[in-house]
Design a protein around this ligand. Structure first.
Ligand SMILES: Cc1cc2nc3c(=O)[nH]c(=O)nc-3n(C[C@H](O)[C@H](O)[C@H](O)COP(=O)(O)OP(=O)(O)OC[C@H]3O[C@@H](n4cnc5c(N)ncnc54)[C@H](O)[C@@H]3O)c2cc1C
Length: 458
């Protein structure tokens, strides 16, 4: 049967007020976009940041996915640092802002430390302490605001970027919707930090939206938190009765109809619950609606089982649910370079490497210690004036699935923002930025780039 033609309406054309002009416009204030804005402003660019919610931090705050993992590889030195380390150092100064091993304990094999940190997923590797941090969502929101204020960035919250303004193959601004109506911001360089690559279609940039149904990236989530827990007692129970716990894991999943994984926060009495619903697409509003409705049912059923059957949860309660839907993958830019599964498996280095990440798991060969991200993966293959920051970096679904965690997105955002400021400063297109100068700037900003040959003299 031929499909009925889609009914459409014609919208009247209109004039739109330009409310701000800057060197760099960043849309989306998550780990990628926030870091891009901070880096652009600190490197001298007049910067504006638009965010659809009333707070910054994206998934790391609004999504309540609060583990910042894989910042080291078992050795003493951080592999990811820069702005990611600055987040943690700022949070160290706030009570219960972050839970993490002390810097001097990273890489240690002290049995006492291992006993403590083995209780936290991702904090040890091969009998060594690994740098993974657990952050508080509300204090992180405050800390991210402080960074924006300190960097003198013009901030628009509650502002939903809806359309790239394109002129002759160059992106030169963004239209956004808010309670003030429809307005535009103009800039020399626009950075898409929406995570989902929301600006790519209207910018005319090529993108890939294929999601493999077996990958983590094809699953949506609605994370929630539980109050009045006792994480340490819960760990003691799991350690002393591992078989009973495995039985209960199955019981929770059967009751909820999906996997629910209780995880720690900086406070012993609060836990967050990670979850997964497969085969829902975050670029489809009907799927987003299904997720919100169905996951709340699953949460209630899973929580009822947990409270009744799992020791230490007897007095717990549902504290809150995430304001941001848990989306793990969406549009990926087709950039000047598309990173592939094979690149990661071969630990391929690039002349223009701007971020290095510890290996995160199969199928990379065990010999593969690190994976490398080239600047070209942030630059569209064709359109000018545009960069991406965060999980929409140019990659196949597999590489994206492995390297789109919070510290990765902070690192790529820092590189995008620094690259944008260099482009503005030199009056060139982002693709013409001298990558050696960019690498040197990143090193100066505390980005480690281990194993990358950098001509420091330049
Ligand atoms: C359930 C779940 C658990 C996860 N667990 C972890 C974990 O424990 N540790 C980890 O490191 N990673 C985890 N991840 C992955 C990680 O959170 C994300 O990949 C990462 O946050 C991506 O950062 P980003 O800046 O690219 O995007 P996001 O974090 O999604 O940030 C995008 C920002 O842009 C804003 N935005 C979006 N569209 C628009 C628009 N059109 N206009 C204006 N603003 C817009 C959003 O509101 C948001 O603030 C998890 C993901 C999920 C879904």
């Amino acid at each position: 049967m031929p499909k009925a033609a889609q009914k459409t309406i014609q919208e009247p054309s209109r004039e739109t007020k330009v409310c701000y002009e800057a060197d760099v416009v960043v849309v989306g204030g998550g780990p990628g976009g926030h870091s891009a804005a901070i880096a652009a402003a600190r490197n001298g660019a007049k910067t504006v940041l638009l965010e659809r919610y009333g707070h910054l931090g994206g998934m790391a705050t609004g999504g309540i996915v609060i583990q910042i993992p894989h910042m080291s590889d078992g050795g003493k030195d951080p592999i990811i640092a820069g702005l990611a380390m600055e987040w943690l150092e700022r949070l160290d100064k706030m009570e219960n802002g972050v839970l993490r091993p002390r810097n001097q304990d990273i890489g240690s094999s002290d049995p006492k430390l291992l006993k403590k940190w083995n209780r936290f997923m991702g904090n040890t590797i091969n009998g060594k302490i690994k740098h993974t941090a657990w952050v508080d969502t509300e204090l992180t929101k405050c800390m991210l605001n402080d960074m924006v204020e300190d960097a003198k960035i013009k901030l628009y919250l509650h502002s939903w970027g809806t359309q790239a303004i394109v002129d002759n193959g160059k992106v030169k601004g963004v239209i956004f919707e808010s309670k003030s109506g429809r307005q535009a911001v103009l800039g020399k360089i626009i950075i898409d930090g929406t995570g989902d690559g929301d600006l790519l279609p209207s910018a005319g940039a090529e993108f890939d939206a294929y999601l493999d149904s077996t990958s983590r990236s094809s699953m949506l989530a609605l994370v929630f938190r539980l109050g009045n827990c006792d994480y340490q007692k819960f760990c003691e129970f799991k350690e002393t009765q591992p078989e009973k716990w495995q039985e209960l894991v199955k019981g929770i999943a059967d009751a909820a109809g999906t996997r629910l994984l209780p995880l720690p926060t900086p406070r012993n009495d609060v836990m967050w619950v990670n979850n997964w619903i497969p085969n829902l697409n975050c670029m489809n509003v009907e799927d987003l609606t299904t997720l919100e409705v169905e996951m709340r049912k699953m949460m209630r059923k899973g929580f009822a089982f947990l409270k009744k059957n799992v020791p230490t949860f007897e007095n717990s309660f549902i504290l809150d649910t995430a304001s941001q839907t848990g989306t793990r993958g969406a549009r990926r830019l087709v950039g000047e370079y598309v990173i592939t599964k094979d690149d990661f498996a071969a630990s391929k280095k690039f002349d223009d490497t701007i971020a290095v990440f510890p290996r995160m798991g199969p199928p990379s060969d065990k010999e593969v210690k690190h994976v490398y991200i080239p600047y070209r993966a942030l630059v569209p293959a064709k359109i000018e004036g545009l960069l991406v920051a965060g999980r929409s970096f140019s990659s196949d679904y597999f590489a994206n699935n492995m390297a789109n965690l919070i510290p990765h997105c902070i690192a790529m955002g820092q590189a995008a923002g620094t690259g944008a400021a260099l482009a503005v400063n030199k009056g060139v297109s982002p693709r013409k930025v001298d990558y050696k100068t960019l690498q040197k700037k990143l090193l100066e900003q505390g980005v480690p780039l281990p194993g990358v040959a950098i001509d420091k003299a330049k």
